[in-house]
Design a protein around this ligand. Structure first.
Ligand code: LLP
Length: 854
């Protein structure tokens, strides 16, 4: 089954394209049934004809419509085929006759059906003439409209449904007649032999009905995009092509906003399990989206985020409703009476709020006012509009809730009117004010990827982004990792010698350092050495002019051993013992405090010193709650309400507050964050007087998931410069860790064993959480590749685990990798930051050695 829409059948080149596509299916040995829409604009012209009262005007309309078809025939250099001639004559007759004889609705249906009847007649002639003998089939002889309860005459004639059950007799009949057929979308016949229409999305639905009737090998919907995407590409250019969906997921995505497919067209295919393929007519080489039965070998993932605008909420409040029998029946009775279909429902003890979707309802203000008037008799009514429903779609939504914290956090600034979770576990919907949606959607899409909830790393499911497919070169190719090409061979050799091993690539450290050195607003950059204390890295960064931020005497000593005397040092400890401060002051380090206690109890250590005060700005940020270092629940920073006490104590001990410091967390990709911190610290500094510099911390993130956008360093600098212009009298300091070293390091391990258990495949490595604890501790996502088989396709969905006696010893879940063998060298990427420094001797397994390459 191949379905082509209005624009695909409107011109000669488009028909030549159809011919090629059908011929290629024939070459594969398939029999083909083509389903077509009317030429673009013709259905509207036919509706216009129906709306005219005047016979002459109707005739003129019919004339114009005939003209369009004659023109296309002319381009095709074809004589008027008999089938089309008959249709044109019939249309002229109907235009002349008007609705009086047949009845308004039946006449309208028959007139409008002519769009498809004509385009298909034209197509049959063209294809047959171009050596592809094609039989014209009247869809009405095959599709019988079902009589359904609750149908009125209008829906029966203009929005009919067909119960399409496999009909082997029809299949056999057609098989005897030929190989290629063409028929009409959008039309069927009812029990009274009248022509009826299938309503919106009718042509796609026809293709599905035929697919089910004939139990087709597949239904192909040819359109102008490659398929369904993870979000509306017009709003989210980074939206990814969904390559595989099951019927229910696709239906949910279609019903919650995607326009590519009409939701109606999926249900006929479910029972006969006929797959549906969405393809781009202009780019037939693209895989498109395949929709079929549920697939078991995939991890739960959010598949799409969609948005519907124009939603109206009706909030109904009544103290009497709690446990009152029949309250909901009364309320919903009113909706039924006004012909309004309810979509989402939220309920509380004294309130029920429902949403009305404009695509299912005729939502004019009169209808709503009339409803509200009637409802007011049983409860207090409030109508909230315009709203928008943002929906996350994916099978097994409830098992993904723990991944959604960053997404939910995004809603804290926004008014959320209603949250609803579908009982089929396929969607989670937030109703918000309509005007926030456009800016919110791209951001949420990015957060979903970052949180690993939209698992774009599974390339079997998620294809290229819309931007990559259709953008005009704006797409930024991800930086090629050093380990993938240039150093791969060397890494394989290291892996063959001994594993586990950390390998650090100094050119990457330098490149990252140079990117940060473009931050013109920043006066001094310090490397937060906790991320990686390898001496070669410390030296490389000292050469780049970095200072060093240390949190313990151990780190201070490591830096002093590796780099020259002159590099600036910071000592930014937290709950450190007295002797650490004594030691820090014996070095050249600038010391910070983030509590009253040291001044209250060890005043002598600080007497006459200049210090930095680390404050808590009341909020934290970062890739995981465990790395957020601000706000309630975090042990860092002096709460602002203690600032005056701190300053009094400092005064009493002759201590000068020379710097203010804040660090809110790690792994932040929002370029606006640091300017906010900067502004807040600057205005605090104005109150203190003695401050000379502001340290806005580190936390600069690097993208880990495919598709995540990197930090925009130029934008970050612009934002910082804006603040600097207002407060030029303070020096600006930063102290990044991860940004400098994360991508510069990889962990090499070797495959030990494999195991299948339940539905899962485990891939065992010779090291795990003992070498890299980030996945276990923060659910951190690290790319994992089988370096020995980098060029082989990913065929197996693995749980990549280590040898440690903990169930949490998982380096990566649900990774699609080539089938592995014992001894293969596996590489865990982005392990340069917080890798080796957080490793432990747990289980007394050998600790990973470190190698540095230039
Ligand atoms: N400054 C202070 C005061 C810090 O506490 C930290 C990190 C940094 C700077 C550097 O942050 P970075 O630029 O590296 O994000 N182990 C966690 C990260 C913990 C960060 C602790 N403090 C992880 O692996 O994600």
């Amino acid at each position: 089954m191949m379905k082509f829409g209005g624009t695909s059948v409107a011109t000669l080149p488009r028909w030549q394209n159809i011919r090629e596509l059908v011929a290629s299916r024939r070459a594969e040995g398939a029999r083909v049934l083509i389903v077509v829409s009317a030429l673009t604009g013709i259905t509207d012209a036919l509706k216009q004809l129906c709306a005219e009262d005047d016979q002459d005007k109707r005739r003129a309309c019919a004339e114009g419509i005939a003209q369009r078809h004659h023109e296309l025939l002319g381009h095709m250099q074809l004589e008027l085929p008999e089938t089309l001639g008959e249709r044109l004559a019939e249309l002229e007759r109907l235009a002349a006759e008007g609705p009086a004889v047949m009845g308004e609705l039946a006449w309208q249906a028959l007139v409008q059906a002519h769009g498809e009847l004509m385009s298909s007649a034209l197509g049959a002639a063209f294809l047959t003439h171009s050596d592809l003998p094609t039989r014209w089939l009247d869809a009405r002889d095959c599709l019988d409209a079902a009589a359904l309860p609750n149908q009125n005459e209008r829906t029966r004639l203009l929005s009919a449904m067909v119960e399409a059950k496999p009909d082997p007799a029809l299949a056999t009949r057609l098989a005897a007649l030929g190989e290629v057929f063409i028929t009409q979308g959008f039309i069927a016949r009812d029990a009274d032999e009248r022509t009826v229409l299938l309503g919106r999305g009718g042509s796609d639905t026809s293709a599905s009905y035929f697919g089910a009737l004939l139990k087709a090998a597949r239904v192909e919907i040819w359109t102008d995009v490659a398929g369904m995407f993870t979000a509306n590409p017009r709003q989210v250019p980074g939206a990814r092509l969904l390559q595989k969906l099951d019927y229910e997921e696709a239906q949910e995505i279609a019903s919650t906003g995607a326009k590519v497919l009409h939701p109606r067209c999926l249900s006929p295919l479910r029972e006969p399990r006929v797959p549906l393929l969405v393809k781009d007519t202009n780019r037939p080489e693209l895989d498109g989206t395949v929709i079929g039965p549920q697939l078991s070998e995939y991890a739960p993932s959010v598949k799409a985020i969609s948005a519907r605008k124009g939603i109206t909420l009706v909030s109904m409040e009544s103290v009497g409703m709690w446990q009152q029998v029949g309250f909901l029946a009364d309320v919903f009775g009113e909706f039924k009476k006004h012909g309004l279909s309810v979509d989402l429902i939220g309920s509380a003890e004294t309130n029920v709020t429902v949403s009305l979707d404009p695509t299912e309802n005729l939502l004019d203000s009169d209808a709503i006012a009339a409803l509200a008037g009637d409802l007011a008799r049983v409860c207090r009514v409030k109508v909230i509009a315009p709203c928008a429903a943002i929906t996350l779609v994916g099978r097994g939504m409830r098992s993904m809730l723990h991944l959604l914290s960053s997404v939910l956090a995004e809603f804290d600034q926004i008014r959320v009117h209603l949250i609803s979770q579908s009982s089929n576990n396929l969607n989670l919907t937030f109703v918000v004010d309509e005007d926030v949606v456009d800016s919110l959607l791209p951001h949420l899409h990015e957060l979903l990827i970052g949180a690993g909830a939209l698992r774009t790393d599974d390339s079997a499911l998620f294809g290229p982004s819309w931007q990559n497919l259709y953008g005009r070169g704006e797409a930024v190719a991800p930086a090629a990792a050093w380990w993938r090409e240039a150093e791969r061979q060397r890494l394989l050799e290291f892996g063959a010698q001994a594993t586990p091993r950390y390998v650090y690539h100094l050119p990457t450290v330098r490149a990252q350092a140079r990117k940060l050195k473009t931050l013109g607003a920043v006066d001094r950059l310090h490397y937060a050495v906790k991320a990686n204390t390898h001496p070669a890295i410390l030296r490389a960064l000292a050469e780049e002019g970095f200072g060093f931020e240390c949190v313990s005497p151990g780190e201070l000593k490591a830096v002093q051993a590796a780099v020259p005397e002159s590099a600036p040092l910071l000592f930014t400890s937290n709950f450190a013992p007295r002797e650490d401060f004594v030691y820090a002051f014996s070095t050249r380090a600038t010391v910070s405090l983030d509590a009253l206690y040291p001044l209250e109890h060890w005043g002598d250590v600080f007497r006459g010193r200049e210090i930095v005060l680390r404050v808590d700005l009341g909020r934290g940020l970062g890739h995981h709650e465990k790395v957020r270092t601000g706000g309630s629940g975090s042990k860092f920073g002096l709460p602002l309400e203690q600032l005056d006490t701190f300053l009094r104590l400092a005064d009493a001990h002759g201590v000068t507050v020379r710097g203010l410091h804040a660090h809110l967390g790690s792994g932040i990709l929002d370029d606006g964050h640091w300017a906010e911190v900067y502004g807040q610290l600057a205005s605090l500094a104005e109150r203190i007087g003695s401050v000379a510099f502001l340290d806005i911390g580190g936390g600069l993130g690097v993208p880990s998931h495919p598709g995540e956008a990197p930090l925009d360093v130029a934008a970050l600098d612009r934002r910082l410069r804006e603040v600097k212009a207002a407060y030029p009298h303070y020096q600006l300091w930063m102290e990044p860790g991860r940004y400098l070293v994360a991508d510069a390091g990889v962990l090499l391990a070797r495959v030990t064993q494999q195991k299948s258990k339940d539905t899962l495949r485990y891939l065992g490595l010779d090291t795990g959480m003992n070498s890299l604890i980030r996945p276990a501790l923060y659910d951190a996502w690290h790319e994992i590749v089988n370096l020995s088989r980098l060029d082989e396709p990913g065929t197996t969905l693995y749980q990549v685990v280590g040898p440690i006696c903990e169930s949490g010893d998982v380096l990566g879940s649900d990774r699609r990798l080539p089938e592995a063998r014992e001894g293969d060298v596996v590489l865990v990427a982005q392990a340069g930051a917080y890798g080796k420094v957080m490793a432990s001797p747990y289980n007394l397994r050998d600790e990973a050695l470190e190698i540095v390459i230039e």
